[in-house]
Design a protein around this ligand. Structure first.
Ligand SMILES: N=c1c2ncn([C@@H]3O[C@H](COP(=O)(O)OP(=O)(O)OP(=O)(O)O)[C@@H](O)[C@H]3O)c2ncn1[C@@H]1O[C@H](COP(=O)(O)O)[C@@H](O)[C@H]1O
Length: 110
């Protein structure tokens, strides 16, 4: 896993013990899953708008910024539910291995 994701996942775990007013991530945990999901939704919409703007302007800087916000908030969501980002990378690896070049992903059988 990338060093960045590893370090960020570690900080997200540490914030679970922090006071609500001590940091942004701690405040999200204290507000609860619905607030985190609301942020994921907001960042998804902002990413879509940035992609459409980028397609017109050719400038992808906002798109990269908004995608980072989206990835970050999905990591907070996963952490709140006790999941590590490595689980997502493992799933992508599994799909890549399935088709050689990830033509079509299928869900693992239960
Ligand atoms: N990667 C991020 C990151 N990306 C985005 N954000 C925050 O996510 C928020 C998204 O912007 P918005 O305008 O939608 O949010 P807002 O207006 O502040 O919040 P709302 O009241 O609207 O919900 C901003 O406050 C950003 O600062 C992040 N906050 C923290 N991190 C990482 O998380 C680590 C821990 O953060 P803290 O808990 O704040 O120390 C940091 O060291 C960073 O590495």
């Amino acid at each position: 896993m990338s060093d960045t994701l590893t370090r960020l996942a570690q900080v997200l775990e540490e914030r679970k013990d922090a006071a609500a007013d001590s940091s942004y991530v701690a405040s999200l945990y204290h507000k609860g899953l619905n607030k985190i999901l609301e942020k994921v939704g907001e960042e998804s919409v902002e990413t879509i708008i940035a992609a459409k703007d980028a397609a017109i302007s050719g400038d992808c800087s906002d798109l990269i910024y908004e995608t980072a916000d989206l990835w970050f908030h999905t990591m907070v969501m996963l952490a709140q539910l006790g999941q590590h980002p490595q689980a997502v990378l493992d799933e992508l690896d599994r799909r890549f291995g399935l088709s050689g070049h990830a033509e079509k992903a299928s869900r693992p059988s239960a």
